[in-house]
Design a protein around this ligand. Structure first.
Ligand code: F6R
Length: 608
């Protein structure tokens, strides 16, 4: 969370900072701020509104060196006084992404030394610490390194000093940061999207790196203080992919990009005649032959993808599979099995809990690690021995959509590859699954045609306070995902249950004011689900049923049927996700919420 951008150039950097902040707004939007160095003074503007408001406030700001920040509040309310950059002694300014865990001790000590605190943030201790070393005549780099040595926690920081008009210093540990290499100018940013208009040449900082960034050069020091060279990558991200185009919101755009995202993710497979472990990395075949179980670690929507995959992995590949919420696993005493393949799933690859869970698994002796991730250069991908990249393209809407369905596609591939390697997939079955995968993008396209009907259905939800989602088997996680989408963008309280569990408690909630949304694929559990739906109707609950072709379910009094174009067998959870995404989107439109930036949330959760 929080986005950082910085620039040192021979032109006014304010427009660069503002554009970068606009691109980083998905990382947090509680407040925004920037500092520029002008005539040996720090000029700061901050705003609790969006970046557009900061832009209006900064219309007169100008300077050739500066840093900017967009905040997701952790310590201290989202107020102007807590907005970054934070300044110490009019000399040093810091923008920070992360959490400083020992800030209270440091704050007490610095206060005793005479430093006054103007905010409630943990970040302000960094500014004062750097100031305390800098004011004693150390270089900005040396002062920053000394300050960092005292910090416990996670950070990516950008630092400037009023009397150092052509240099910025930055560092990362636990939060992402990269350098942008321009022609006679240099930049820093939390991710490459912030720099697309100024450069595509980027250097990814590693954990523990500190860098001194000048107009025409930069020096990077690793965690041990050694000077290191890090390679320059040329980003292929297109700035078009970041634009909204014909859509009203990024979430809508991203829902509609799913057929293409699925096709791109499956590209390597769809044109081949057989499945090979190599799609997960050169060492995959050897690793897969040594494993006897799977452990999936992830958060939020990515965790739901893992829950679906468990059904596939156990049924098709015959591998015992457990799925854990990363933030729980990392602190739980568990029993490691060195023959387990640890699979982490993440859109961003920067989620702090998922990264920590992976490190924890490794520390417990797990050596077989695989990440399924949408960001190739992310920390998660770098920390895993094997990987499969989803090719969903940038996901900007805070609610995850295309990342989820492409994760499912990748997990289905993993299932098939493991099943094949374990002799559980005949050549005929392999060809049938490949055929179904090739058909998946067009099947997803057909589901998107339900948009108009779902928009009309959503009108019934605008006045509701609660909603209950039901599914069975591998569609239970889809019910969970539908409920998560609805609550996060429409703020309607939504819960999901396996339909068979209804009579064990939640049925007590059902009355005429409780809409019940059921995922009804045409599978072996259909008849059981129909009985569960009768239980709801008998209590006066209003049913919204997303049913496959051939289910012989019909609209009637209190039952609203949404007919899916087909039944997609094992891939059905992917298709059944799409109408629930559209439902959440149109209910949020009805309620007039900020769809792409729902309250209290941020896209990339880089704090614990
Ligand atoms: C919900 C959502 C979150 C993320 C979660 C993990 O729509 O987006 O629940 O899925 O924060 O994020 P990643 O996948 O980046 O690790």
């Amino acid at each position: 969370m929080c986005g950082i951008v910085g620039a040192v150039a021979q032109r006014n950097v304010v427009p660069i900072l503002l554009q970068g902040l606009q691109r980083l707004e998905y990382r947090g939007y509680d407040s925004a701020g920037l500092v520029v160095v002008n005539n040996n003074r720090l000029e700061r503007e901050r705003s609790t509104g969006r970046v557009a408001e900061l832009a209006a406030k900064s219309a007169r700001s100008s300077g050739q060196l500066g840093i900017g920040h967009t905040r997701w509040a952790t310590h201290g309310a989202p107020s102007e006084r807590n907005a970054h950059p934070l300044i110490s002694g009019g000399l040093v300014a810091v923008a920070h992404n992360g959490i400083i865990e020992n800030y209270e001790v440091l704050r007490a000590r610095l206060s005793a030394e005479g430093y006054e605190f103007a905010s409630d943030t943990d970040t302000e201790v960094i500014a004062h610490l750097i100031h305390s070393h800098y004011a004693r005549g150390n270089s900005l780099l040396a002062a920053t390194r000394s300050a960092l040595a005292e910090l416990v926690g996670a950070y990516a920081i950008g630092v400037v000093a009023a009397d150092n008009p052509a240099q910025l210093v930055c560092a990362r540990r636990g939060s992402p940061l990269l350098l942008g290499v321009g022609d006679g100018e240099r930049f820093i940013a939390s991710d490459v999207s912030a720099l697309l208009e100024v450069t595509r040449n980027v250097v990814y900082l590693e954990e523990g790196d500190v860098a001194e960034v000048n107009l025409r050069s930069h020096r990077i020091f690793d965690a041990s203080g050694e000077a290191v060279e890090r390679p320059v990558h040329v980003s292929t991200l297109s700035s078009d992919s970041m634009e909204l185009g014909e859509y009203r919101h990024y979430m809508q755009k991203e829902i509609f990009e799913q057929p293409q995202a699925l096709a791109d993710t499956l590209e390597a497979v769809c044109y081949s005649q057989s499945l090979v472990p190599g799609i997960f990395g050169a060492e995959a075949a050897a690793a897969f032959s040594q494993i006897d179980s799977i452990l999936i670690l992830a958060c939020g929507t990515s965790h739901h993808a893992g829950l679906v995959a468990r059904y596939w992995l156990e049924e098709i590949a015959g591998l015992p599979c457990s799925v854990e919420i990363a933030s729980e696993y990392r602190y739980r005493v568990s029993v490691p099995n060195p023959k387990t393949l640890v699979v982490t799933i993440s859109q961003s690859g920067e989620t702090a809990d998922t990264l920590a869970a992976l490190s924890h698994a490794k520390a417990m002796g797990h050596t077989h690690t695989l990440s399924i991730c949408n960001v190739p250069e992310s920390a998660l991908v770098r920390l895993s021995r094997l990987r499969m990249l989803t090719r969903a393209g940038p996901e900007i809407g805070v609610a995850s959509t295309k990342a989820f369905t492409t994760q499912l596609a990748a997990l289905f591939l993993l299932t098939l590859v493991l099943a094949k390697q374990r002799g559980r997939l005949s050549a005929e079955e392999e060809q049938r699954h490949l055929h179904e995968l090739r058909h998946l993008p067009s099947a997803a396209q057909a589901v998107l045609k339900l948009e108009g009907d779902i928009a009309r259905l959503a009108e019934n939800f605008a006045a509701k306070q609660h909603a209950l989602f039901l599914g069975r088997g591998m569609h239970y996680p889809i019910a969970l995902e539908g409920a998560l989408k609805l609550k996060e963008i429409s703020y309607i309280h939504a819960e999901a249950y396996p339909a068979g569990e209804l009579k064990h408690g939640p049925l007590a909630l059902v009355d005429k004011d409780m809409p019940v949304i059921a995922v009804a694929p045409n599978d072996a559990l259909l008849e059981k689900l129909k009985s569960n739906l009768q239980e709801v109707r008998a209590r006066g609950g209003e049913l919204y049923v997303f049913a496959d072709a051939g289910t012989r379910l019909h609209s009637s009094d209190g039952v609203h049927l949404m007919q899916m174009p087909e039944h997609a067998g094992y891939l059905s959870p992917i298709l059944h996700t799409i109408p629930l995404q559209l439902l959440a989107y149109y209910v949020a439109l009805q309620k007039g919420t900020d769809v792409d930036k729902p309250r209290n949330l941020a896209k990339s959760v880089t704090v614990e």
